[in-house]
Design a protein around this ligand. Structure first.
Ligand SMILES: [Zn+2]
Length: 84
């Protein structure tokens, strides 16, 4: 059979597409989809604070880190160096 994505003949065991988890695709396309999924997860998302401040973060952990940093700065626990 041929890979429905790149039309290459699939030799050996086909891989399952991550898109629907049932379409059988070739190894190369499987790897590419895995990489794409990884890259997608790295795209920054918009998060909004209670006061309406919008910021970008890669994920929830990153967002929490940012929020904590802002709180620290506001509380004077952390100094911000402004480069001249
Ligand atoms: Zn393919």
């Amino acid at each position: 059979m041929n890979c429905p994505i790149c039309d290459k003949v699939i030799t050996g065991h086909p891989a399952l597409s991550r898109v629907d988890n049932e379409t059988e695709i070739c190894d190369d396309c499987s790897v590419r989809q895995a990489l794409e999924a990884f890259n997608d997860s790295q795209i920054p998302q918009e998060y909004t604070l209670e006061d309406g401040t919008v910021f970008m973060a890669r994920d929830k952990v990153d967002a929490d880190r940012y929020i904590q940093m802002v709180r620290d700065i506001e509380a004077g626990r952390r100094k911000v160096d402004i480069k001249k």
